[in-house]
Design a protein around this ligand. Structure first.
Ligand code: BG6
Length: 485
């Protein structure tokens, strides 16, 4: 562990308060931060260091999984924080920041390792990166790293332009693109699924697997993010990033422990083998939905186009389901069904792997329920199997579910894992540019088909499991969504 300076753009923002400060605090109390460490928070407004530290303290009290109890530990943590007001497009402000960073480095006796976390709107990424370069902030004696969050662009073209700008200041190995799904415990677990489980390894191919279903359903609607969400829709907000990351993590073939480069290469191979979707085929393979009024857990929900800030004529997708094919040695012929949506009946991210029925008993045709491997990503975490057994009373074959892997208590949150990895220079669970670009390339025809209204917009009741059409998508292959509420 090497000490560094954590330079946070957007230090008064929501993400900083809810996720970043609590993550740093929990790393600190777990002894996972190299000491001494320095944090410089940046924002447009004027704040004294004392005010800034008190904001950080409040955020810990509200959002940290472990609340600060011990005053001296809290004080030791807060004393690392300094504030610098900065206008992101004002080059002289970066000079001020450099002076502060150097002063703190000298004071604490730490190397010029600097990690820049851009918790700001993506339109500022390019300007900030350029100013980091021109001010000399990025050319110290130590290492430099950049953490950014999605959205990485709005489409394939804009993502490339953004990457081009960033790459003038940061090399690919210095960029840590957060996809917070990759920080989730059960997503990280997918790395070991095959090589740590000989049973799964033996069955992990199209020979035994019938289809794979990946669902991320949410009960929340657009919330207070109308301006962003109405431009993004489920396709950009969830599908292009989180859902395709889940697909890569599940479908990559990792029969033995591997280094970060190998893991990323295997993930990339999955996207390279994804059968491209021509624009003309989008309507047959993708369901686009938007929620209507309804009720979720006793709460009345207005329809999407009546949500505050949403264009009343908006065609934005709040639900998407798609059928994908990975044309490689392992997965040819196995459909991967992916769906995600807002204002649905359940908050749950889940992967279901359905196994084939390869056993024939003479001429008899058996119709037993299939074996399933279920991976609960969140908020429940666990893994279990659906097997069949004989009911002792009537001899009927019935499915039963094995006990789930329980969630250990006090598990680090996604942001803790990711910030820790970035500080340690461990890139496995960050999105490499190649993945981001291939993902945009794959969804591009869908964006265009949606834009041109070539895919019907299916309404679904808020509080339901989504549009009927998403069931028909599976029925075409003789499949069904499992474990729907
Ligand atoms: C974010 C999306 O990336 O992920 C949100 O922008 C979504 O719209 C959220 O609600 C879901 O994350 P989680 O961890 O609650 O499944």
């Amino acid at each position: 562990m090497e000490s560094s300076t954590f330079v946070l753009f957007g230090a008064t923002g929501d993400l900083a308060k809810r996720k970043i400060y609590p993550a740093l605090y929990n790393l600190f109390i777990d002894g996972k931060l190299a000491l001494p460490f320095s944090v410089i928070g940046l924002g447009r407004r004027q704040l004294s260091d004392r005010e800034f530290q008190s904001n950080v303290e409040q955020s810990l009290n509200s959002f940290s999984r472990r609340k600060p109890h011990d005053p001296s530990t809290l004080q030791a943590f807060l004393s690392a924080f300094r504030y610098c007001s900065l206008n992101v497009s004002q080059p002289t402000d970066y000079g001020k920041l450099l002076t502060m960073a150097r002063e703190r480095e000298a004071e604490l006796g730490i190397p010029e390792n600097r990690i820049f976390y851009l918790s700001v709107a993506p339109e500022f990424f390019g300007t900030i990166a350029t100013n980091i370069k021109q001010s000399g902030l990025g050319t110290g004696q130590g290492w430099k790293r950049l953490i950014i969050e999605k959205p990485f662009g709005h489409d394939w073209q804009s993502a490339r332009e953004l990457n081009e700008k960033l790459s003038q200041t940061f090399e690919e190995h210095e960029v840590y693109r957060i996809d917070h799904y990759l920080g989730k415990h059960m997503v990280q677990n997918l790395e070991v699924l095959e090589y740590a489980n000989p049973m799964i390894h033996a069955l992990w191919s199209n020979r035994y697997i019938s289809n794979v279903q990946i669902t991320a359903s949410e009960t929340v609607g657009v919330e207070q993010r109308a301006g962003y969400y109405d431009q993004a829709g489920a396709i950009r907000d969830m599908f292009q990033n989180h859902m395709l990351q889940l697909l890569m993590m599940l479908a990559m073939h990792l029969p033995r422990p591997s280094n970060p480069e190998e893991v990323r290469a295997k993930k990339k191979r999955v996207l390279e083998a994804l059968r491209p979707l021509n624009r003309g085929d989008v309507a047959a393979n993708v369901v686009r939905g938007q929620y209507d009024a309804g009720e979720i857990a006793g709460r009345n929900v207005v329809k999407y186009t009546e949500e505050p800030g949403i264009d009343p004529h908006s065609n934005t997708d709040t639900f998407i389901a798609a059928r994908l094919w990975i044309d490689d040695y392992f997965w040819t012929g196995v459909p991967f069904y992916i769906r995600t949506g807002k204002s649905l009946n359940e908050k749950s991210t889940r992967i279901v792997v359905e196994f084939k029925q390869p056993l024939q008993h003479g001429d008899a045709v058996h119709n037993y329920p299939p074996n399933l491997l279920v991976i609960e990503i969140g908020p429940d975490e666990g893994m279990y199997l659906q097997l069949n057994s004989k009911d002792p009373r009537d001899g009927k074959i019935e499915p039963f579910i094995t006990t789930s892997l329980g969630r250990p208590t006090d598990v680090p949150e996604a942001y803790e894992n990711l910030i820790h990895d970035a500080l340690e220079g461990e890139p496995t669970f960050f999105a490499h540019w190649d993945e981001v670009e291939l993902a945009w390339k794959w969804v591009q025809p869908i964006l265009e088909a949606f834009e041109a209204n070539e895919v019907p917009l299916r309404r679904y009741r808020a509080g339901s499991a989504g549009p009927e059409a998403s069931y028909r998508l599976l029925e075409q292959q003789g499949h069904q969504w499992w474990l729907d509420k």
